[in-house]
Design a protein around this ligand. Structure first.
Ligand code: MIC
Ligand code: SF4
Length: 644
């Protein structure tokens, strides 16, 4: 077996291991972050379970830490009290970014992890099978329930050669994205192997696994070897190490990449799959450079930047911000004097949190050209609609910071940063480790005014009497559906947050959807390829559900978002013939007679477009479990009815 199969078989609860078939797997660990966590825990509370039943569950606060107004702080108080009550470890704001922290302090080879964040696969760098999921799936796993995925096709990525100086893990994953693109990889797990792994430290592996999310794969995984062991040992966790390797190199598909041939790359605006070389841009002026995010904020990454900038100064016309991934990284850089070098070089030192990556602050100027070491450059995600964001390695970011323009780090002497013998260990910002798993039952849950309720859901109607309330194109991300940035603080308040659904795509959507809902009509979203790319935020299904959306009809829908739609009782239909997309216009009246019958049956239905008097067919492939969820009106209703 390969590594993926070994971990899956060891955790298989039910289902047949045949590619594409839904299986249920046991989950050892869960993580949440605050922006998806409040809703996850509200749903967990509503399930009436007394404590987290996993081996370990951690609630991180890293997204909403800017605290303008009371909303973020209300969320933190709520999350802290829930963690205490239910036996969940709580990571305080300021401790760091969930994926970096989980890698440092909790991840274990061979274990399964789900997290209410699409970059949870970062744990694959340690040999875990780690999945991004909706908050409600995490709630179910905390209650001891399994997690359902389609049994994957495993793609083996054989890495050979070694990285030239100045070229790093970010360039590796950008090369993988160049080969495989950011759509069309649904249902696959990418497993890395080959001789080059001996030269790739755990943070580098984690960078590659992290940005597997941008490929749209189910997850990515590395073996657990001596490199893994050394990392865990340096984290004081050698006891957590187990060896894990593929018995043979049998994969559904393979691809070989010789690292020696790589050059510095960038993902150009506005998609992580849009790969260009730095050479194509050399000398082009840059206005802003942001270094950090869960992709590239490790000790290795920030130290490399600090050594490149040491004794020099960033270009006067460029703004440079640095956000370390964790308290451990900040402390080590401080103790080694490197923080001082970064400050002296003219960098703005930012909080060790998601911050700029999600547009929570540091939005660039109008039309700015930005280089960022993060993983997503969707239009407007930086907070500035007209900004052009390029995703690059820390080395390219540092070289360009000095030049004030795109620069090739290979022209500089790039230091090789090796892993320390011992990382600085300081777990003081993790609370409730002593009560993890048991909890403190009498704890009062703090619910400030920002903490809303889980909206009610209704069973699927017999017949869909609807309107194509919006028609969108290809690669619509969950950032388009449910913007973050300035709106992120409403995550715990669905009626408020729902006002911003499709805010930048169609500002009239909210009013139109509410009017339809109140007139007894179902809202239908019509979309092109890869609908729902990107973030795992279940709000991109939950808020549309609140506004009365009952179906999405798309050319294709991405994995996590499709699961979220089903969890909230929205039918994810695909056009049987993609050309029928052209036969629907925004505002058309659409009817599906016998909708329930179609869902209970083979998922085929005929849509009558009353506005142009045509019909077209739609389909949806559903497991029996998914049928039950949709018919009940979503996962929570199904749980309440004993149907989950
Ligand atoms: C993201 O990077 O888009 C986020 C913000 O971390 C999301 C989660 C969210 O929307 O809260 C993700 O990746 O799932
Ligand atoms: Fe945070 Fe950005 Fe990572 Fe999402 S991608 S978890 S916003 S750092």
């Amino acid at each position: 077996m390969n590594v993926t199969e070994k971990i899956l078989h060891a955790h298989l609860v039910s289902g047949t291991p045949v590619a594409g078939q839904e299986v249920a797997i046991r989950i050892d660990q869960t993580l949440t972050q605050d922006a998806t966590g409040t809703m996850a825990y509200l749903q967990f509370e509503s399930m009436g379970i007394d404590r987290a039943k996993t081996e370990l569950s951690v609630s991180y606060v890293d997204h909403n830490t800017v605290q303008i107004g009371f909303e973020n702080a209300d969320d933190h108080d709520y999350l802290q009290s829930v963690a205490k009550k239910y036996g969940i470890v709580y990571s305080k704001p300021g401790n760091g970014i969930c994926h970096q922290l989980h890698l440092e302090r909790f991840g274990k080879p061979g274990k399964t992890l789900i997290g209410s964040d699409s970059h949870t696969p970062t744990g694959g760098g340690l040999g875990m099978l780690a999945f991004g999921a909706g908050g409600i799936d995490v709630a179910v796993a905390m209650g001891g329930g399994p997690y359902c995925i389609a049994w994957p096709k495993v793609v083996g990525i054989r890495l050979t050669g070694s990285l030239p100086p100045g070229v790093s893990a970010k360039d590796v994953i950008l090369a993988v994205l160049r080969r495989f693109g950011s759509k069309g990889n649904v249902g696959k797990i990418f497993e890395y192997y080959g001789p080059a792994l001996a030269g790739l430290d755990v943070p580098s592996r984690a960078t590659i696994a992290n940005m597997g999310a941008e490929l749209g794969v189910t997850t990515s995984v590395f073996p657990s070897d001596d490199v893994t062991r050394a990392f865990l040992k340096a984290q004081g966790r050698e006891a957590d190490w187990v060896p894990l390797a593929a018995d043979d190199e049998t994969y559904d598909e393979t691809w070989e990449l010789d690292l020696s041939t790589l050059e510095p790359l960038a993902a150009a605006p506005h998609n992580p799959g849009n790969i260009e070389t730095i050479a194509e841009h050399l000398g082009q002026r840059v206005n802003q450079i942001m270094i950090g995010s869960c992709t590239n904020s490790s000790y290795r990454d920030i130290k490399t930047v600090a050594l490149l900038l040491k004794g020099k100064h960033v270009h006067p016309d460029v703004e440079v911000g640095i956000a370390c991934g964790s308290k451990q990284v900040v402390r080590m850089l401080a103790d080694e004097g490197l923080l001082s070098d970064l400050i002296a070089a003219g960098c703005r030192i930012l909080e060790n949190a998601c911050g700029f990556c999600i547009g929570a602050h540091m939005s660039p100027a109008t039309d700015a050209v930005c280089l960022r070491t993060s993983n997503r450059n969707f239009e407007g995600r930086s907070g500035t609609q007209s900004a052009k964001v390029y995703l690059v390695s820390p080395e390219t970011a540092a070289a360009s910071a000095l030049a004030g323009a795109f620069a090739d780090p290979r022209a500089l002497e790039v230091p090789a940063v090796s892993m320390p013998e011992r990382f600085t260990l300081d777990d003081s910002m993790f609370l409730y480790r002593d009560t993890a798993g048991a909890g403190v039952p009498g704890t009062e849950i703090k619910r400030g005014p920002n903490i809303g309720e889980v909206p009610p859901r209704r069973p699927l109607p017999e017949c869909l009497d609807g309107v194509a309330t919006i028609k969108v194109g290809d690669k619509i991300t969950t950032d388009h559906i449910m913007p973050a940035g300035a709106r992120l603080k409403y995550r715990s308040n669905i009626p408020e947050y729902a006002k911003y659904v499709f805010e930048h795509t169609d500002p009239g959507f909210h009013a139109a959807a509410l009017a339809n809902r109140d007139a007894g009509k179902a809202n239908v979203i019509v979309a092109g390829e890869s609908y729902g790319q990107g973030s795992s935020r279940e709000h991109a299904a939950l808020c549309p559900m609140y506004l009365g959306v009952r179906a999405v009809i798309a050319k294709s829908i991405e994995r996590i978002h499709r699961a979220n739609l089903i969890n909230f009782g929205i039918v994810p239909f695909a056009f049987a013939d993609p050309e029928d997309y052209d036969r629907v216009s925004q505002g058309d009246a659409l009817v599906i007679e016998r909708l329930r019958e179609a869902i209970a049956g083979d998922g085929h239905a005929t849509v009558r477009n009353l506005s142009n008097n045509t019909t077209f067919d739609v389909t949806t492939e559903l497991s029996d479990r998914q049928k039950r969820l949709l018919l009940a009106g979503g996962l929570l209703s199904a749980v309440a009815q004993g149907q989950a």
